[in-house]
Design a protein around this ligand. Structure first.
Ligand code: C2O
Length: 546
C-alpha cells in the first residue's frame, strides 16, 4: 500500500562492513552499519514510509529485520533470512527495504537476521506520534534517551556461533553486557525536576535483563511499541527482543546515580552473572554533592523470577477510546509445547559429544529447518511450496508434556524431535489463539517467543502445566498487554491471541539467538484476503535471489 499523501519518506543508506573497534582493552574487527556501533537510529512518525538501501560490503551474508514493525502488505521487507528473503550477498550486493509504519508508536529496533550478526548489527527504530496528533497519552517528557542493552564478545561472533553449532552445545558466554555498545562509561545528564522518556531495548543475544537506576522510579508507558496503562516500578524487565518505554522522574537530590543492567537467569544453576553500569548525572548540583553520592541500585537476585513475573504480570494495555479490542471469537486454537531437548549428533557436528548428543530445539517436536533454495515467502508467491515447506505444522504436540510426570521429565530424551520446515496455514482475517507451553527440558530457561508481522494480546500466563479449565478464568479479555515478544515463564505457559490480517509468511521463534538455528521456530503462512488491498503485492525488482 502507498503511504498517506501527507506522510514523509524517511530514507537511509545502510552500508554494512567491517569496523575496527576497541573494547575492553582489545582491538577487534566487527560487522557494523555505516561504521557505527550500535548502528544508526531510525526515527519516523506514525504514517511515514521508510526506505532503507542496504549495501553489503561485509564478508558475510546479510539481512536486516525491523523488529516489531507490522509490515502490513510489505512482507518482502521483513528480513529474516530464508523466511522472507535470500540474504544480501557480500561484495557490494544491495537490497532496498520499503515499508510503512502505520498504527504504531513507541520504541522498536532493527537488527541483522542471519547467523549471530545481530550481536553488532543493530540499532533503534523510534516511531513518534503522527504530525496531526503530536501527543503521547502521557505528559510530554522534557527529554528522552535511548538505551540499547547488548552483549560483547572478545571474539568474532560468527566463530562463536560456528563453535556452538559444531559442538551442539550452547554458545560461549559474552564477556560483558553493554549500554549503547559500551561495557562501561555510558552517562545520561538530566535536569532536576524534569521527566525523561527512557527508551529501552534488550538487544542481548542470550539473556533477559533487569534494569534499575539508583534512587529513581519509573512509570512504564509502553512495551514493544504498544501503549500500556501507566505502571510504576523501580525495576524494568526485558527479554531479548523486548522494548520498554518508561518515564523517569529526575526528582532525587542532585548528584550522581548508578544505573545498572543485570542478567536475569531463571535457570537453577545460573553461571553467567553479569552486570553493567552507567551513570545518571544531574546537570546542576552534582559537583557540589561530590563523588560520594554515586550509589549502586540494589539489584534483584540473578534468579529472581518472582520480580520478573510480577513485572510482566502487572502490565496491561492502554485502551484506545476506552474500548476493548481483543477478538472474542477464536477460529483456530493451537497448543504448542517448546523447549530444548537432546538429539543425536548430526554427521556435520564433528565436535559433538557422541554419547551425550547435542542440543536440539523444537516446537511441537518439530525442529525448524530453514530452506536452502528459496525463501518461504518466495515459494508462497510462486504458489508452489514443493520442496521448500509443507503445510502440516501440528496444532498439538504428539505427546502432551506433563511436569508432574516424573518419567517424562527424567527421561527427557523421549521428547524426540523430527526436523522439518512445516508451517501453519491461516485463512485471511481468522483469529488464532496459541497456548505456549514451555517444557523447559534443559535446566529451566525462559524462552522469549517473538512473532513477526503481528502484535498479539497476552491473555494469561502461569506456572507448570497449562490447564484449560482453570486458566480460562484468568484470561484478560478487556485490557491485556499487546506485544511482539513474550517471555513465557520458565516451566510455565502463556496464551496469546492475534488476527491473521497480514498476508505473507511470518516466523515465530525464540529470541535467544542460538535457539533459532537449533530449531526453536515455526512459521505461519497467511492467505491473501478477498479485496485488492488485502493481497500481498509482488516482490520488488531487486529482491535477492539465492
Ligand atoms: Cu528480533 Cu526474528 O527477530
Amino acid at each position: 500500500g502507498l503511504p498517506p499523501a501527507d506522510a514523509a519518506v524517511v530514507e537511509h543508506t545502510f552500508s554494512v562492513g567491517n569496523l575496527t573497534i576497541d573494547r575492553l582493552g582489545q582491538r577487534q574487527v566487527i560487522t557494523a552499519v555505516n561504521g557505527q556501533f550500535p548502528g544508526p537510529m531510525l526515527e519516523a512518525r506514525d504514517g511515514d514510509a521508510v526506505v532503507v538501501h542496504v549495501v553489503n560490503y561485509s564478508p558475510y551474508n546479510i539481512t536486516i529485520h525491523w523488529h516489531g514493525v507490522l509490515q502490513r502488505l510489505s512482507g518482502w521487507a521483513d528480513g529474516p533470512s530464508m523466511v522472507s528473503q535470500c540474504p544480501i550477498r557480500p561484495g557490494g550486493a544491495t537490497y532496498t527495504y520499503r515499508f510503512n509504519v502505520t498504527g504504531q508508536e513507541g520504541t522498536l529496533w532493527w537488527h541483522a537476521h542471519v547467523s549471530f550478526l545481530r550481536a553488532t548489527v543493530y540499532g533503534a527504530l523510534l516511531i513518534r506520534p503522527e504530525p496531526d496528533r503530536p501527543h503521547y497519552p502521557f505528559p510530554a517528557p522534557y527529554g528522552e534517551a535511548t538505551l540499547l542493552l547488548g552483549e560483547w564478545w572478545n571474539a568474532s561472533v560468527v566463530d562463536i556461533e560456528r563453535q556452538a553449532m559444531l559442538t551442539g552445545g550452547p554458545p560461549n558466554n559474552s564477556v560483558a553486557l553493554t549500554i549503547n555498545g559500551m561495557p562501561s562509561g555510558y552517562e545520561l545528564a538530566v535536569r532536576h525536576g524534569e521527566t525523561y522518556l527512557l527508551r529501552l531495548v534488550n538487544a542481548a543475544l542470550s539473556y533477559q535483563l533487569f534494569f534499575k537506576v539508583a534512587g529513581h522510579v519509573f512509570t512504564v508507558v509502553a512495551a514493544d511499541a504498544c501503549y500500556t496503562d501507566p505502571y510504576n516500578t523501580d525495576v524494568i524487565v526485558l527479554a531479548p527482543g523486548q522494548t520498554v518505554d518508561a518515564l523517569m522522574h529526575a526528582n532525587a537530590s542532585p548528584g550522581r546515580y548508578c544505573m545498572a543492567a543485570q542478567v536475569y537467569q531463571s535457570v537453577a544453576n545460573a553461571t553467567y552473572t553479569t552486570t553493567t553500569t552507567g551513570l545518571l548525572r544531574y546537570e546542576h548540583g552534582a559537583e557540589a554533592a561530590g563523588m560520594s553520592t554515586i550509589m549502586m541500585p540494589s539489584m534483584p537476585e540473578f534468579k529472581d523470577s518472582a520480580t520478573a513475573q510480577d513485572f510482566y504480570g502487572s502490565l496491561t494495555g492502554l485502551l484506545r477510546d476506552g474500548k476493548p479490542t481483543v477478538p472474542l471469537h477464536v477460529d483456530t486454537r493451537m497448543l504448542v509445547t517448546y523447549g530444548l531437548g537432546i538429539a543425536p549428533c548430526m554427521p556435520t557436528q564433528t565436535l559433538c559429544n557422541r554419547t551425550r548428543g547435542s542440543v536440539a530445539a523444537s516446537m511441537n517436536n518439530v525442529s525448524f529447518q530453514l530452506p536452502k533454495a528459496m525463501s518461504l515467502l518466495e515459494a508462497r508467491m510462486r504458489g508452489n511450496a514443493d520442496g521448500v515447506y509443507t503445510r502440516d505444522f501440528p496444532d498439538r504436540p504428539p505427546v502432551m508434556f506433563d511436569f508432574t510426570n516424573g518419567s517424562m521429565s527424567s527421561n527427557r530424551s523421549v521428547m524426540l524431535t523430527s526436523k522439518g520446515t512445516r508451517v501453519k496455514r491461516l485463512r485471511f482475517n481468522t483469529t488464532v489463539e496459541v497456548v505456549l507451553q514451555n517444557t523447559a527440558i534443559l535446566g529451566s530457561e525462559n524462552h522469549p517467543l517473538h512473532l513477526h508481522g503481528f502484535n498479539f494480546y497476552v491473555l494469561a500466563q502461569g506456572a507448570g502445566n497449562f490447564n484449560a479449565r482453570t486458566a480460562v478464568r484468568s484470561y484478560n479479555l478487556v485490557n491485556p498487554q499487546q506485544r511482539n515478544t513474550v517471555a513465557v515463564p520458565a516451566g510455565g505457559w502463556a496464551v496469546i491471541r492475534f488476527t491473521a490480517d497480514n498476508p505473507g509468511v511470518w516466523v515465530m521463534h525464540c529470541h535467544l539467538d542460538a535457539h533459532l538455528p537449533f530449531g526453536l521456530a515455526m512459521a505461519f503462512e497467511v492467505d491473501d484476503g478477498p479485496t485488492p488491498d488485502t493481497v500481498l503485492p509482488p516482490p520488488p525488482p531487486d529482491y535477492p535471489q539465492c
